[in-house]
Every structure is written in structure tokens, then in C-alpha cells.
Design a protein around this ligand. Sequence first.
Ligand code: 3PG
Length: 210
Amino acid sequence: MPEFQSPLVPVVVIDDATAAGPLADALVEGGLPIVEVTLRTAAGLEAIRRLSGREDIQVGAGTVLSVAELDQAVAAGAQFIVSPGTSPALLDRAAELGVWAIPGAVTASEVLQVLERGLNQIKFFPAAAAGGPPVIKALSGPFSAARFIPTGGIGPANLAEYLNLPSVAAVGGSWMVPRQAIAARDFGAIRGLVGEAAALAAQIRQGKEQ
Ligand code: 3PG
């Protein structure tokens, strides 16, 4: 499976696809050249379409709940597919298309279901509500191949608890891309938040490597 270009995956809810370009600029300039555009809004697919030609940012689709949505996201140019959960239908289709897939799992049985398919990147969602770092640590014992992307309830205050775990590939979150700021087209503020988040993640990862 491909790797993330960044230790953080900004999770975006976009209400107007014309904001996608300047939003991507803010992410690249701030130092997080990756985006998970959720299909929670009607503008999500069009935003992916608009960003799909760019080579300076990895563009994926999030909140993919059905095979139809998976197909639409791939057709729109999504490079990776994220789902909050795991289902045989989604896993079958992802395998059929050979697409980079990151299914959601928080229990041992769900993690096993993903690993059985030869996938090892797992969205651990909703991270905080599902028990947070202790649960990821516990699952990493039996499932040493699993690489988790915890998302949901993570922010600057608790980022290190997650990012310091060796089995965490990257952390997802929306704190650096607030929906209201995107809707208000306040890309300067977003670039600032992205820069702060990128700097914090780099500091945490460097600390870990020392
Ligand atoms: C997601 O879809 O990954 C989450 O809703 C993002 O969670 P957060 O808003 O708590 O960061």
C-alpha cells in the first residue's frame, strides 16, 4: 500500500467545491500536502474532481459508505478511499479495483477482517470515543502488521498520545480545517492552523526519533 506524505491527514467537509483549489493551496503551503474530502456534502465529489489533477497533494475520499460511493470517488480521481467502517461489499470492490483503501475498524474482529484481505492501513474511528491510545496499543499486540490512522476527537492537546505510538501511521482530524473557515473562505486562517499542526506533528515525531 502507498504511504501518506504527511503524519496528519486533514479531514475536510466542504460545502462549495470552488473552495477546493484555495483550500489545497493552504494545505500545501502550510505543510500538509494531503486531504481526505468527505462525501458528507454534495460538493465533496466535485471537490475531489477539481483536485484530482494536482501533483502537489494526495487527494482521497472519506466517509465512503457504499460501493456506489466508492465507484464515484474513484471515477472522480480519488487516490485513496477512507471509510469509517468495514464491510465485505466495500472490501470486495476495493480489491476488485485495486484501489488504495483504508477501512475503519476498532475491534479485534474488524481489524482481522481487514488484515485477511491483505490490507494493513486501518482508520481507527471514532478514536477517542472508542477508547483512544490504550485500545490501539492493545490491538497492536496481536495485530503487529496493522498500521492505524486514528481519527475522531483528536486535536493539538492529545495528538502526541497517538502520534507517539509505533503502530500509528498518521493521525486524521478536522481541527486544522474548520468547516466554517472553509465556508467563509478564510484560507489565511486555515494556512496558519495547518502550519501549526504540521509543526507540532514534526516536533512530536522528532522527539520520538531522539
Ligand atoms: C472523520 O470523519 O474522520 C472525523 O469526523 C473527523 O473527526 P474530528 O472532526 O473529531 O477530527
